[in-house]
Ligand binder design. Structure first.
Ligand code: ZN
Length: 212
């Protein structure tokens, strides 16, 4: 039995309502492109939102939530087919092909990162992380939320394994050390708020390289 790692229901609901921060929404959109069942769930939720819009007095709706949800439906439905792909990674799921990418940068042994030029939210930004087989990140915790979706390959933490499409939510309560367990490099898209926190001497040496 292969376990699939999904976003929390709260995060899926926030996405469906258009209330997720832009960087988090980019990672969630990549996940939904790889997990049609979750995509269908969000679509159904948004359809219900549309019906509410027609049958409920606007004054009773929360501050623009449904109009944002409707705008998201328009964006998801219409733009993909006509927008030209912008970046040099055709293997990326469609939602990520819309964004320009920064140059690959070294971020430790067997680890490379490049920025995704998606809208930021304060300190929260989107990056691609590529780690070679058998390599691992330094053991770390987080200043803010860290959302990860696996795009190719697989990694494991001390307690779980994450394969293509799987989604990991981590924050300051989570200390982990993802290690690539696939024969190919593991490519992930990550929304990262604040700095990742690297304890120990190696961590202090690595910290400047992990900063984007
Ligand atoms: Zn982490």
């Amino acid at each position: 039995l292969i376990a699939t790692r999904n976003p929390s229901e709260e995060r899926l609901l926030a996405y469906a309502a258009g209330n997720l921060s832009p960087p988090e929404a980019v990672v969630l959109a990549a996940h939904l492109a790889l997990r049609p069942a979750n995509r269908a769930w969000v679509d159904r939720l948004q359809a219900v939102g549309g019906e509410l819009l027609e049958t409920t007095s606007p004054s009773r709706l929360s501050d623009g939530a449904l109009s944002r949800a409707m705008a998201r439906i328009d964006a998801d439905g219409g733009e993909a087919a006509i927008r030209p792909a912008l970046n040099d990674m055709p293997e990326l799921p469609e939602p990520l092909r819309r964004y320009e990418l920064g140059p690959w940068r070294w971020a430790g042994p067997g680890i490379r990162v490049r920025s995704v030029q998606a809208p930021r939210d304060g300190q929260c930004r989107v990056i691609l992380l590529k780690i070679e087989p058998g390599r691992e990140t330094p053991r770390h915790t987080h200043e803010g939320v860290e959302l990860t979706c696996v795009l190719s390959g697989a990694y494991a933490t001390e307690t779980e394994r994450f394969d293509v499409g799987d989604f990991e939510e981590a924050d300051g309560d989570v200390m982990h050390q993802p290690r690539v367990v696939s024969d190919e490099p593991c490519l992930c898209v990550v929304a990262l708020a604040g700095e990742i926190q690297l304890p120990g001497l190696l961590g202090r040496l690595m910290q400047p390289f992990m900063r984007l």
